[in-house]
Design a protein around this ligand. Structure first.
Ligand SMILES: [Zn+2]
Length: 328
């Protein structure tokens, strides 16, 4: 399958290691990894530590000039995800959100066939989800199919809508829009999938979207009293954004469904990672070396067909199959 990016197997391996390096190491180390190739990321993995509460989990931007470097890879058994006691999302309810006025990619602004909305609506009830419970249920939660709540457009406050938008501003705006009733209130199943118009740069810590040392997307967590708010951040990937170059080699839409699938499935299996500070609850399913379910298989593409439509998705790690898969 696959042919989306599947003809670049070696770059897939490099990307997968880079993802792990970025998730658990400093931004400086990540920059090294991107500029010098994947082996640097492997070397950097000794310095694991969470970057403090409130740090989301990113999908790194890959320099097209160096992403083809093959990376050494460990035995499959070392990639097994461990459960650390945090929540999973049992039946994800995706709320897709466009962040303010501007020019969006047509598959982001649109709602019919061939759009991100159609993708979410399809994939949450697909074979891409149906095996997750077998591998990643917990003692208190099962993982089943999800649902799509629909599209929302918000009007962010000017303070949260500059040319560079920080993760803290996104978090503040999600909470503000919930308070205004524009966005539905968060439940334990809600996942706000945030999308941005052309020209907006996203800042997370000291790294930025769509550039070297930065990221293609991430998912994060807001601590909300005794519960959480889960969200994913997807920058614009139009021509010239940078994310058109470093976040996949298929069509822009296929690249974005793949990136979105990576964040969605990680949010389902490790939703509270953004506020985890140690290898303990609220961390969910995680691998200390390779990161989350999507990181292990970063840049390995597959397809999921729903209603006769084939969507490009990223493969995800299966503990029971010890492999990167799209479905059982
Ligand atoms: Zn990831």
């Amino acid at each position: 399958m696959v042919q989306a990016f599947g003809n670049r197997k070696s770059s897939a391996l490099a990307g997968m290691v880079l993802a792990a390096g970025l998730s658990m190491t400093s931004h400086a180390q990540v920059a090294d990894a991107v500029s010098t190739g994947a082996p640097a990321a492997v070397a950097a993995q000794g310095a694991h530590d969470f970057r403090g509460a409130g740090n989301p989990h990113v999908l790194p931007w890959r320099d097209p000039a160096t992403a083809s470097s093959p990376a050494p890879f460990a035995r499959a058994s070392s990639r097994t995800l461990t459960y650390y006691g945090g929540p999973v999302i049992a039946n994800v309810n995706v709320v897709k959100v466009n962040y303010g006025a501007g020019t969006y990619q047509p598959y982001v602004s649109g709602t019919g066939a061939g759009t991100m909305s159609a993708f979410y609506g399809a994939v949450v009830g697909s074979p891409y989800f149906s095996w997750l419970n077998t591998d990643y249920h917990t003692s208190t939660q099962t993982i089943g199919y999800g649902s799509f709540a629909g599209d929302k457009s918000i009007t962010p406050s000017a303070a949260n809508n500059g040319s560079t938008i920080t993760d803290a501003q996104i978090q503040a705006e999600i909470q503000r829009q919930i308070g205004l009733g524009v966005l539905p209130a968060a439940t334990a199943n809600t996942y706000y999938a945030m999308y941005f118009p052309k020209g907006k740069k996203i800042q997370q810590g000291t790294s930025y979207s769509c550039q070297s040392g930065g990221f293609c997307a991430y998912h994060g967590t807001i601590k909300n009293g005794s519960s959480y708010i889960f969200y994913g951040v997807h920058p614009d990937n139009s021509t010239g954004s940078g994310c058109d170059a470093g976040c996949g080699t298929s069509t822009p839409f296929n690249n974005w469904t793949s990136v979105a699938s990576h964040e969605l499935i990680e949010a389902v299996t490790d939703p509270a990672v953004g506020v985890a500070t140690t290898y303990a609850s609220p961390l969910g399913w995680y691998n200390k070396t390779y990161g989350e379910i999507g990181d292990i298989c970063n840049a390995q593409q597959g397809t999921v067909t729903v209603g006769g439509v084939a969507y490009t998705v990223q493969k995800e790690w299966s503990n029971s199959k010890q492999a990167c898969i799209t479905n059982f």
